[in-house]
Design a protein around this ligand. Structure first.
Ligand SMILES: Cc1ncc(COP(=O)(O)O)c(C=O)c1O
Length: 381
């Protein structure tokens, strides 16, 4: 029985994908008209755009002056693997995983690099006990589990005087969550996530200790050109000034600059974080008194504010996976939520991207539709 009326309001922007994520509000391709298309990225105009992207990244994220910021190939995956392939192997490593991307980095360490690795995994909805981690080893982890909706709450568990390097995939955290730079030696992200930029390029941020490792350690395995950050035992500083290893898309760079300037116009990182917090709050306020839907994240302290993952908990649901897919399909068909189904390897449910480019009014308008779609599907099953 569907006694549930169609909600009166619709999200103005139904894009709730967890990557590529919604563009900045009021985005238009006209905003990219200053892109130096058809010019060399090594010409002054190209280099200055790349350098500006690096410096605005530093300004908005509050990256310390002595950390290097590089634009690298291969989106976030490229940045993470560049770090793993060039830095790991000098000492044992702890690999931490709480969802599918973190598990991908475990596979890299164990099966590809064949490292002496301690693997710690948590089920979807939880993170590992960080108090058990030995930070005198190198540690690779994901700040925000995009497919599981959980995140590291803060950097308190990471000792300031650690001997190992911390390598952090922060792609769905950067620009929406506080990152404790003094506790992180490598941070990676891609533009297509919280700022709604384009895929293709990754950002690799290195602490002075990570640079020291690069300059004093040579891995036992061969490195392809696109991973090489040193020459003759010295860091290639140009990479961190905008002299990219290979050719970037100047259109994607311009798009990133537009997003960074939008972020600055709002008030920078504090404002970006506040937007994601408000968005995730709108989801959680709605589900708080419902007995048919719940957060996949078990502990509010580690619940994500960007990729909010929900599960249906009504015992009347016959086939959980099919049900969740059908709800996501209804939302898509109504044009109220695009790409809001759970990730393919994650538990069945919905995943509502709440990053900083999403408007809180749109999240609030979506939630009654989630209830509508759930009731409609329950009646139809
Ligand atoms: C945590 C995490 N790591 C890595 C990736 C891969 O990112 P990219 O496609 O930008 O390489 C994603 C993409 O969703 C992600 O969520």
């Amino acid at each position: 029985m569907t006694d549930h009326a169609i909600p009166a309001a619709r999200p103005e922007n139904p894009r709730f994908s967890s990557g590529p994520c919604a563009k900045i509000p009021h985005y238009s391709l006209d905003m990219l008209s200053d892109a130096p298309l058809g010019r060399s990225h090594r010409a002054a105009v190209g280099k200055s755009k790349l350098a500006e992207a690096i410096e605005l990244t530093r300004a908005v994220l509050g990256v310390p002056a002595d950390y290097r910021i590089g634009i690298v190939p291969g989106s976030d995956t490229g940045a993470v693997e560049m770090a793993m392939w060039t830095l790991l192997g000098a000492r044992p490593v702890e690999m931490l995983a709480w969802e599918s991307f973190g598990e991908g980095w475990v596979t890299d360490a164990v099966k590809q690099l064949k490292l002496d690795a301690t693997v710690r995994k948590a089920d979807y909805g939880k993170i590992v006990d960080l108090a058990e981690v030995d930070f005198d080893k190198d540690v690779v982890f994901t700040w925000n589990g995009t497919t599981s909706g959980v995140r590291v709450p803060n950097g308190d568990a990471i000792p300031a005087d650690r001997a190992g390097l911390t390598i952090c995939d922060a792609t769905s955290a950067a620009f929406a969550m506080d990152l404790p730079w003094d506790k992180l030696d490598v941070v990676t992200f891609s533009w297509q996530k919280v700022l709604g930029g384009e895929g293709a390029h990754g950002v690799l941020i290195l602490s002075p200790r990570a640079v020291e490792r690069l300059e004093t350690y040579t891995p036992a395995w061969p490195l392809p050109k696109i991973f090489r950050m040193t020459k003759g035992g010295k860091l290639i500083e140009g990479i961190f000034k905008g002299e990219t290893i290979n050719t970037p898309s100047m259109l994607a760079v311009e798009d990133y600059l537009v997003a960074l300037k939008w972020a600055q116009s709002l008030g920078g990182l504090t404002a970006l974080i506040a937007r994601a917090d408000a968005n995730a709050g709108a989801v959680r306020d709605f589900i708080a008194d419902k007995d048919w839907i719940a957060d996949l994240a078990e502990d509010p302290a580690t619940a994500s504010t960007t990729s909010v993952c929900l599960k249906f908990t009504d015992p009347a649901i016959k086939d959980g996976a099919a049900f969740a897919k059908a709800v996501a399909k209804r939302l898509e068909k109504e044009g109220v939520a695009l790409d809001a189904g759970a990730y393919r390897d994650a538990p069945a449910g919905l995943r509502i991207w709440c990053g900083s480019t999403v408007e809180t009014a749109d999240v609030a308008a979506l939630m009654p539709w989630v209830e509508w779609a759930y009731r409609a599907e329950l009646a139809a099953q």
